[in-house]
Design a protein around this ligand. Structure first.
Ligand SMILES: NC(=O)c1ccc[n+]([C@@H]2O[C@H](COP(=O)([O-])OP(=O)(O)OC[C@H]3O[C@@H](n4cnc5c(N)ncnc54)[C@H](O)[C@@H]3O)[C@@H](O)[C@H]2O)c1
Length: 383
C-alpha cells in the first residue's frame, strides 16, 4: 500500500488532529491489552499522550498488545477492575486527564458459559470505574465504551437511536445495557453539576474488524487462524448480516467525543452511537468472500465450510443511527467496505506471511493512512 502522506520525523502522522488535546496528556485506558485497547493505545501514543493501562491479563495468544511490545512503552497494571480499592489508588496516583474504559468480557458466546462473570466485569466493573472517577480531584474526561448490543433489539430495519430502550436478551447484551444504566445513574447522581471536575459520555459501537484481533468466536480471527493453517474456516450463519466497520472508525469517534468534552463540554452526560454507513451491512459470506480475495491461497481448496446452526440466541441485524454523532460531534465514518477489508486483510497478511516485516511500523502506517482518508473526507477531527 502506498501511503503517500505527510508524516513527522518518527513516521507518524502530524499531531494537529483532535485539536491536539491529547498531546502531553495522561490517558488511562482500561482493557488496554485487548484488540480495541491496543489500537487505541498506539494511536494515543502517536497523538503525544502518556498512556497508563489497566487490564486483568492479555486476553489472547497471539496478541496485538504483545506484538507491538506495548508493555515497554506504557505504564501497565495487571489488575481486575473489580479490585475497587487498588483501582481507586491507581486513578488517584496518576490523576489522568482522560480515561477510556474498555475493559470487559466482550464475547456473547462466553457470556452464556459464565453469565455471572460477564455481569461482574461489564456491569459492576463499570460501577467500579465510576467510583474511581469519583475519587479524582483533578479534571478528567471519561469516555465509557459499551456496545450497540445495549439496545433492546426488536429486530426492526431502521437504526437504533440513543433514546431507544436499553435491553438485551443474552447476558453480554444485558450486561452492557445495565452498564449504560450504571453510567447514567452516576452522571445524574454525582457528576451532574455545571462545575463538575469529571465530564463523561458513553459510546456505543458494533462489530469491529481489523488486524490484530485474535479473540475466540469472532468471524475474522477464526478465519485468518484457519487460513494461516491452510484449512477452511467453519462458519455457523453465512447469511447473518452485520454492520462491519474497521476498528479505527469507532476509535476516531471515541477520541472525537473526548475532544469535544474537553473543549466545550456541551456533550457532557450524553450517549453516542458510532457505526458505518448502511451500505456496509454485509453478510458473513460476503465478508469472507471479499477477505479471501486478499489471501494468497496455494490451491483452490475450500475456503469456507458452513456448519449446522448452534442453539444459542444471537440477535439479528442491529443497525445504529449515527445522526446524533454527526449533529453534535460532526463525526462520520471514513472507510468504504472495500477499504475496511483491505486494511484488515493486509495487516494479517503481513503478520502471517512476511515474518521479517516490521508490524509496529505497519500498524503506525495504517493509522496514518486512516487519518489521511479521513482528511480527504474533511473529517472534523482532522481540522
Ligand atoms: N470488538 C468488538 O467487535 C466490539 C463491539 C462492540 C463493543 N465492544 C466493546 O469494546 C471493548 C473492547 O473490546 P475488545 O474487542 O477490544 O475486547 P478484548 O477481549 O480484545 O479486550 C478486553 C480487554 O478487557 C480486559 N479485561 C477483561 N476483564 C477484565 C477485568 N475484570 N478487569 C480488568 N480488565 C479486564 C482484558 O484484559 C482486555 O484487555 C469492550 O468493552 C467491548 O464490549 C467491542
Amino acid at each position: 500500500m502506498n501511503y503517500g502522506i505527510q508524516t513527522n520525523a518518527h513516521g507518524k502522522p502530524g499531531n494537529n488532529m483532535f485539536g491536539n488535546v491529547f498531546n502531553n496528556k495522561k490517558v488511562l485506558v482500561t482493557g488496554n491489552t485487548g484488540f480495541k485497547g491496543t489500537w487505541l493505545t498506539q494511536w494515543l501514543r502517536q497523538l503525544g499522550a502518556e498512556v497508563v493501562g489497566i487490564s486483568i491479563s492479555v486476553p489472547t495468544n497471539p496478541s496485538m498488545f504483545e506484538t507491538l511490545n506495548l508493555r515497554n512503552d506504557i505504564e501497565h497494571y495487571d489488575l481486575d477492575i473489580n479490585e475497587l480499592e487498588r483501582l481507586k489508588e491507581i486513578f488517584v496516583a496518576h490523576k489522568p486527564d482522560f480515561v477510556f474504559h474498555l475493559a470487559a468480557q466482550p464475547i456473547v458466546r462466553q457470556s452464556y458459559i459464565d453469565p455471572v462473570e460477564t455481569f461482574r466485569t461489564n456491569t459492576l466493573g463499570t460501577a467500579h470505574v465510576m467510583e474511581a472517577l469519583r475519587a479524582l480531584e483533578n479534571e478528567c474526561i471519561a469516555t465509557m465504551i459499551t456496545s450497540d448490543k445495549c439496545y433492546e433489539n426488536v429486530e426492526w430495519n431502521w437504526g437504533y437511536r440513543e433514546t431507544d430502550r436499553l435491553g438485551g436478551k443474552d447476558p453480554y447484551s444485558a450486561s452492557k445495557g445495565a452498564a449504560e444504566l450504571v453510567i447514567h445513574s452516576y452522571i445524574h447522581s454525582f457528576f451532574n453539576t455545571t462545575n463538575t471536575n469529571i465530564k463523561i459520555a458513553s459510546v456505543r459501537a458494533g462489530n469491529v474488524i481489523g488486524g490484530g484481533d485474535w479473540a475466540a468466536s469472532r468471524i475474522v480471527p477464526d478465519t485468518v487462524k484457519s487460513w494461516a493453517n491452510e484449512e477452511p474456516v467453519e462458519i455457523r450463519s453465512p447469511r447473518a448480516t452485520r454492520p462491519w466497520q474497521h476498528v479505527l472508525e469507532p476509535l476516531s469517534g471515541y477520541l472525537r467525543c473526548a475532544q469535544v468534552l474537553a473543549t466545550d463540554g456541551s456533550n457532557n452526560g450524553e450517549a453516542y452511537n458510532f457505526g458505518p454507513d448502511a451500505n456496509q451491512n454485509k453478510s458473513v459470506l460476503e465478508l469472507l468472500t471479499k477477505l479471501s480475495d486478499h489471501w494468497p491461497f496455494k490451491s483452490d481448496s475450500e475456503k469456507v465450510v458452513v456448519q449446522e446452526q448452534s442453539n444459542f440466541h444471537e440477535a439479528g441485524l442491529l443497525k445504529l443511527s449515527c445522526d446524533k454523532a454527526l449533529a453534535d460531534l460532526s463525526w462520520q465514518p471514513t472507510l468504504e467496505f472495500d477499504q475496511t477489508i483491505e486494511f484488515t486483510a493486509s495487516w494479517y497478511y503481513k503478520y502471517y506471511n512476511e515474518q521479517d516485516s516490521d508490524i509496529i511500523e505497519y500498524t503506525n502506517q495504517q493509522i496514518a493512512e486512516y487519518c489521511e482518508q479521513a482528511r480527504l473526507k474533511n473529517a472534523s477531527w482532522m481540522a
